[in-house]
Every structure is written in C-alpha cells, then in structure tokens.
Design a protein around this ligand. Sequence first.
Ligand code: NAD
Length: 429
Amino acid sequence: MNISIIGTGYVGLVTGTCFSELGHNVICIDNDEKKVETLEKGGIPIYEPGLEEMIRKNREAGRLKFSSSIKDGINSADAVFICVGTPSRPNGEADLSAIEKVAIEIAEALNGYKLIVEKSTVPVQTGIKIKNTIELRKKQDVEYDVASNPEFLREGSAIYDFMHPDRIVIGIETERASKILREIYKGIDAPIVEADIESAEIIKHASNSFLATKISFINAVALLCEKSGANVEKVAEGMGFDKRIGKAFLKAGIGFGGSCFPKDVSAFIKIAERLGYDFALLREAKNINKKMKFHIIDKLKASIWNLKDKRIAVLGLAFKPNTDDMRNAPSIDIINALIKEEAEVVAYDPKAMDKASEVIENIKFATGPYEAIKDADAILILTEWEEFRNLNIQKVKSLLRTPVVIDGRNIFSPDEMKVAGFIYKSIGR
Ligand code: NAD
C-alpha cells in the first residue's frame, strides 16, 4: 500500500518506519524542514532504540521517504495517517489546531479516494470534526473515509510495541476503511478491535487515564505504607499476583510524566466536562501525582535541612528510562523547586541532557554519574536508568560530601543502602 504519515515525531516516525518494514511504501511528512533535512541526510531527530537501523534499511530498500509537503506527499497515497501533536492548552483541554491545519491541507490536496486516519490521541468526536473540515474544504468531488487508529506504543520500546501490540484498535464507518486498515496491519499478529470512531477515540483516552490512575493508586498506597511501616513493594507484589489487578503499573515513585499521561488525563477530564460529566476520579489521580513530586523534596529537606547553597546531584532527567523525551518529566518541576530554594543542581542523564537544557535553566550538567555526585550534599534519583542500578555504591559514598540518597524510583534496597552507611529514603518503604 502507499501510505503517507503526517507528523514525523515519536509516533509518526516509528509508525512510518514500521509500516515500511511491513513492506508498504511510506512517505513521512513534517512541516519542520530541519527535521526532514536531518532524516534525508540519514540522521535521526529522536533517540529510540533500534529505530535508526530500521530507517536506514527501509530507505535503502526504497520503501521509506521523507517530505515537507503534504500536497506532494499524499498524491498517490491510499491511506494518510495524521500523527501530529495534540498538546495541552493551559486549561488542560487538547489543542487540536495542528490536527485541523493538517485536515485542511489534506482536504485541499485530495485527488482521489483516500482513507484519512487519525492516529494522534484526540478527544472523542474529533473524527466528526475532521470529516466536517474535509467536506468543507475539499476542492474535488472525491470519495474518502475517516477512521480512528489510536497508537499505544511506549517510547523506549516503541518498535517492539508497534510490531507486537496487545491489540490494534480501528474505528471505522465503512467496510472499505476496515479492509484497508486490516491490509495495512497484515503481518502483525494481534487481535483487532473494530469499533465506531467515537469508541475508538475513547479507548485511547480511557486506557491512558486508567494506567495513570493505577500509578496514582499505588502512590497513594505508598504514602499510607510510609505512615504505617508497611513496604509498598511487598504490597504491590501481593496485589499484582491477582490476575484481575496485574503486576504492571504498580511501581510507586515520583509519579507519571511524559508527553502522554498528563496531557491525556487532563484532556479526558475536559472532554468529559464538556459532555456534562465530572470525572472527579481522574482529578484526584492528577492531584496525587502532583503531590508525589513535592513529597520527594520534603524527604530531601528532612535529611539535609535547608537547601540554600547545598549541592544536589540529580540522576535521571527523562520521564522514564531509554528515552530522551523531557516533555512533562517530573524532573522539571522538582529541579525548579530546588533552584527556587537556591540549591545548586548538577544533573546527569544518559540521553536527555540536550533536551533538558532547552527546558530547565540554571543547572549544571555532568558528563557522567560520578562527576555529578562529586562533593554533593545529596543524590536525588529521578529516572530508573539501568546505569544507576549498576553504580559502585562505595565509590558513590566516597565522592559525596554527605551520604544522603533520596531514591524517587526505588532502585536500591533500603537494607543494603543502610549497611553501606547511607541515609537512604525511597518511596513507600
Ligand atoms: P511529536 O511532537 O514528537 O511529533 C509531532 C510532529 O508533528 C512534529 O514533528 C511536528 O513538527 C509535526 N507537525 C506539527 N504540525 C504539523 C503540520 N501542520 N504539518 C506537518 N507536520 C506537523 O509528537 P508525538 O509524541 O509523536 O505524538 C503525536 C501524537 O501521538 C499525539 O497526539 C500523542 O498524544 C500521540 N501518542 C504519542 C505517544 C508517545 O509515546 N509519544 C504514544 C501514543 C500516542
């Protein structure tokens, strides 16, 4: 099939590359000309394990191309996937202006039947808006279909997730649209959930909101564990064996971040509000999440008293390991709070320091974990990179000014850290 992808970011680039890997002819389009230029020169604008090799292979096979023009890029497409960003507006609702802009450009360029697929995460009833826009703006009297195909990949394991999804959700209105989407995904072994477009749109928001709520739930339990002397990891283990609950997303810590959970929870609350339902459960999930970021700062202060002029080594900046994505990373609010109290922050992250330097001011970056730790009054662990689990603990202790470790991701054993002579605090244990 000939497929055009509009929006070549984390989702669009992975989707386009994986479709080309499945044997389709793909053009990835982006209005960021620098990004397109980088990709055309064989570079890659994001860090995602395995992606660079897969792009190279499919470009060499002639199945994967890049363009900055929607008009040229969708000319011979059978299906056009919209993968542009849907960030939060200040009031929490999804900003759909990029989706509308792309819908207008698609409408004006329509030159024959195409399936227009929303892959970006959007509030329910966006499909209708896309359809209305196409109807209003199309220049030729051609047939088309609109469909919803939400994406569930996770940054850091995006290629694996795309190729081995738990399910493929297709929201369609016609048999023709269903056939095209099934053909595109041929070769991926996963159950296909076929639904109306509105249900498909809600599946994505509901799934992310449910997972975020699960994280906030275990974090609330963690706070209770701290107050009662229980250990949240044991509690999570005991809960997770129950198949109805499951082990995933029961890791207590400083809370969820990233480009999806915070914005999708907020957008789901807002669309519910607009439709006349107060999703109070999700409002509380958000509140708990916010609390966790300040909880770790309280632990730091309880250990080293005032933060003014104290040197704090921050290990981990990305919102999770194996990505360089800094969007809504908890580290941003935590570090800004430290700086406000006039602490000196030296940070290290294996992949996210370039992106962090664009969003966090007044911190120093170290070239490695030991450099960050040297002469620090305390370590704050904010991302559970494997590299940090493998640190030489005795070396860490000898480099620190005072042996204080505040572990926001529970990567060390409290008993071992105590024996090694650290003042060690983690979450919920
Ligand atoms: P991103 O910001 O990395 O990529 C969006 C791309 O769209 C950018 O490269 C941008 O330049 C481009 N773009 C914006 N306006 C454009 C226009 N008018 N024409 C052409 N290109 C345009 O975002 P992302 O993380 O890939 O997310 C995209 C969507 O997928 C969002 O709705 C997000 O919620 C959803 N999603 C993301 C993930 C994830 O893990 N990142 C997972 C599932 C779903």
